[in-house]
Design a protein around this ligand. Structure first.
Ligand code: PRT
Ligand code: ZN
Length: 299
């Protein structure tokens, strides 16, 4: 492998895979990859993708085997706390961007009707989790005195197997908890997928590419909600009209032939626009309102 190329660790097969590949493609990366290959080659940029298990991603970046990783915040934080509470610390990577997929919560959950909703009353009880470092850190900061036992899968079975009194696990819809007669309690982390980046110094060319990719990722995230809005508006109402549009910068004002009172007003709005906003704009005198999606944005 060419060591000048920048390696990005991504999940091989799981909840994050499709979103991650789609994000990188939207950043302009053309990937050559066949189904069973563990490496995908960037054809038009010096990035190569390492397809690995999500649990391994923070470690690959920590050990400088990959410069970047895309992984759940839960995994990144678990590794960070593990490193920082050992003699190895501080961690050699940072989280540089929160993404708009992989949303979940890391929450305590207790058997229905167990009366375990208040963590402060659970001194000496045992919690099962796949995130022993995050959970231990939380328990000690809160002074809860709950014991932690590590489970690598099917954590929700621990109470009925008699291995723990409660659990702390990832929750999204809540269906899994419900199916196991567990109730969700305190959330200790709201997680999304994140980009992690090695703190190791690299040469200028590599650094420029990494910064370019991170900038494009941020551009892709902004574009999702952004709209380009065009309308005719009374010159006297420009301020009140732009105040109705969330997340806009200074509007472009274009004079219209044959009138001084009405102008064309163009703005980029960084949040979604609802029908109610259009109706409010109309009430302020705007007409011919067009809302169009933004395809790319570089701030
Ligand atoms: O093979 P590999 O190790 O790569 O995959 P994996 O099975 O460990 O991970 P995967 O693909 O399940 O999850 C990857 C990442 O997606 C996680 O690290 C989280 O950041 C994120 N994510 C988002 C989730 C969930 N939502 C989620 N619901 N990860 C796991 N779950 C599980 C949870 O553990 C529980 O078993 O789904 C169940 C709960 O779901 P609900 O919808 O019933 O509440
Ligand atoms: Zn995993």
């Amino acid at each position: 492998m060419d060591n000048n190329r920048i390696k990005i660790a991504i999940q091989k097969s799981g909840r994050l895979t499709e979103h991650t590949i789609s994000l990188l493609k939207k950043c302009g990366l053309v990937i050559s990859h066949t189904k069973n290959q563990l490496i995908g080659y960037g054809e038009n940029m010096p990035f190569d993708l390492m397809f690995v298990r999500d649990d391994d991603i923070p470690g690959l970046v920590q050990d400088n085997l990959c410069m970047l990783g895309i992984v759940g915040m839960n995994e990144a934080l678990e590794k960070k706390i593990e490193i920082e509470s050992s003699k190895e610390g501080p961690a050699n990577f940072e989280m540089v961007s929160n993404l708009d997929f992989g949303q979940c919560k890391l929450s305590f959950a207790y058997p229905d009707n167990s009366g375990y909703e208040n963590l402060k009353n659970l001194k000496g009880k045992t919690v099962a989790t796949s995130y022993p470092n995050i959970v231990t850190d939380y328990i000690s900061k809160e002074g809860l005195g709950i014991n932690v036992t590590q489970f690598s899968g099917a954590v929700e079975l621990a109470p009925s197997l008699g291995k723990a009194d409660l659990i702390c696990d990832l929750v999204s819809s809540g269906q899994t908890l419900k199916a196991h007669n567990l109730s969700e309690g305190q959330t200790i982390l709201e997680s999304t997928a994140v980009v992690i980046k090695s703190l190791q110094a690299v040469d200028r060319i590599q650094e420029n590419w990494v910064n370019k990719l991170i900038e494009r990722i941020q551009g892709v995230l902004q574009v999702k909600e952004s709209k380009y809005i065009m309308m005719h508006a009374p010159r006297a109402s420009i301020d009140s009209i732009t105040n109705l549009l969330p997340g806009t910068e200074s509007p472009t004002i274009i004079p219209l032939e044959g009138t001084n009172e009405i102008v064309a007003l163009h703005v980029v709005c960084k949040e979604n626009i609802f029908w109610e906003t259009l109706e409010d704009l109309k009430a302020k005198g705007a007409s011919s309102i067009l809302v169009v999606p933004v395809e790319k944005m570089l701030m």
